[in-house]
Design a binder for this molecule. Structure first.
Ligand code: PLP
Length: 440
């Protein structure tokens, strides 16, 4: 209260997933954005090679979205959706239902990927209970999985640092093995050949706990935050078969893969595997307004409607579920994706992108290269005793050279807006090559 205000004081903002003290010593500040580029506080253009945090699929300042948000805020700034409705929220849900696999016809709105995950886990538990199968309470995640930061998400998540400081989390959770197998799969183009059998780890877990106690398994069809891990060929299909065999719901966490990242509306469509629940966020609104959506199979929704023991069928929701401004941003984002044919554009660029990613083979410290759709990853050898240091240095140098990349551990991840041009792909990778050559 008595602290003097300083205009450029960085100490009050506790920054998310950031080494705060290190950042304060040399901040990277962004003041504007347009298309593929950010403007830094010192007036430089920075190419956004990560679509923000995997969300700005149509590029920054997409005119339709900007206009829709401006118009909406001046028309209906907020309305609750507990016992009231807004026409656009119905429109958005039917449009989403038509984008996702057949039969996934119902949508629950949230405000983030983390909330989508917690919502999906709750819907799965609720579904079994409504069917009178109340013993199905266990939730299964996967090692190295990232499902946001809610207690549900970190419980099923498998990134150790995200879990270790936060107590016991949810009980009754277990994890299947991750699929990363560099010995057999390093430098694979697209999905790796080896590892479909890793899905059978779900059989081990099911038999350990008794399958009739398991409610759901949640995986990212393509894992991003753990350093871009692609599903081995046939893995997701096998997971689906095992879930069917045991009556386990399959949840695909598509927070980064939905809305065009793999050149399709969803990874479910890309891989031809239909889960029971899909979690989304990010690209839903092009990152402009926070929003998430959980897409649910009709049989789950109908079970809730038919079996509820109270007029309210699901005791769950957020003050900002279907927030009118988020809905407006989402509708305009879907319009933009369609009008600019951005999913097909991403698909068309995927081969060029793959060649560019794998063109980095042989550069210093490069241990593995991975790609799918418009996603690329460069895994670097770690410095002895300093995991993550080399990639972090690359990220800082990239910023100095006008490039935003993302790092997790010693993996550099790239996921540009789907509007990237071939010339920009060239620039991005030649800069990256220079950066890799320059770090020790
Ligand atoms: C697969 C996945 N799930 C959930 C989340 C969490 O989303 P949010 O940060 O919007 O809560 C993320 C974020 O990167 C993600 O990649």
């Amino acid at each position: 209260m008595n602290r003097p205000l300083a205009p450029n004081d960085t100490s009050s903002f506790w920054m998310p997933f950031t080494p705060n003290r290190d950042f304060a010593s040399d901040p990277r500040l962004i003041t504007a954005a347009d298309g593929m580029y950010y403007t830094s506080h010192d007036g430089r253009q920075i190419m956004d090679a990560t679509a923000g945090l995997w969300c700005v699929n149509a590029g920054h300042n997409a005119p339709r979205i900007v206009e829709a948000v401006q118009k909406q805020v001046a028309t209906l700034d907020y309305a609750p959706h507990f016992n009231f409705g807004t026409p656009q929220a119905y429109e958005l849900s039917s449009r989403l239902a038509s984008m996702f696999p057949d039969g996934m016809d119902h949508v629950f709105f949230t405000n983030s990927g983390s909330e989508s995950v917690d919502t999906a886990l709750k819907i799965a538990l609720h579904y079994h209970r409504m069917r009178g199968d109340a013993a199905r309470t266990r939730l299964i995640g996967r090692e190295r999985g990232y499902h946001g930061v809610g207690f549900g998400g970190i419980s099923v998540g498998g990134i150790v640092k995200n879990r270790m400081h936060f107590g016991t989390m949810l009980t009754g959770v277990d994890h299947i093995r991750h699929t990363h197998d560099p010995e057999r799969n390093a430098f694979s183009r697209g999905c790796p050949e080896h590892g479909a059998e890793l899905a059978d780890d779900l059989i081990r877990i099911a038999e350990l706990h008794d399958p009739s106690t398991i409610a759901a398994v949640i995986v990212e069809p393509m894992a991003g935050s753990t350093g871009v891990l692609l599903p081995p060929k046939g893995y997701l299909q096998r997971l689906r078969e095992i879930c069917d065999r045991y009556g386990i719901l399959l949840i695909f966490d598509e927070v980064i893969t939905a809305y065009g990242r793999l050149g399709r509306a969803s990874a479910s469509e890309y891989f031809g595997v239909k889960p029971d629940i899909i979690t989304t966020a990010k690209g839903l609104t092009n990152g402009v307004i926070p929003m998430g959506a959980v897409i649910v199979d009709s049989r789950i929704y109908n079970s809730a409607m038919g079996n509820a023991d109270a007029p309210i069928e699901l005791f769950h929701g957020y003050t900002y579920s279907a927030h009118p401004i988020a809905v407006a941003a989402a509708l305009a984002s879907l319009d933009t994706y369609r009008e600019e044919d951005l999913f097909a554009r991403a698909d068309g660029l995927a081969k060029r992108w793959e060649d560019a990613v794998h063109g980095l083979k042989g550069l210093p410290h490069v241990k593995d290269l991975r790609n799918l759709g418009l996603v690329g990853a460069i895994e670097l050898e770690s410095r002895p005793g300093a995991p993550g240091a080399r990639a972090t240095e690359a990220m800082k140098e990239a910023w100095r050279q006008g490039l935003m990349i993302r790092v997790t551990g010693d993996t550099i991840a790239m996921s540009p807006p789907l509007i990237i041009t071939e010339a920009e792909i060239e620039t991005l990778f030649s800069k990256l090559a220079g950066i890799l050559k320059g770090i020790d």
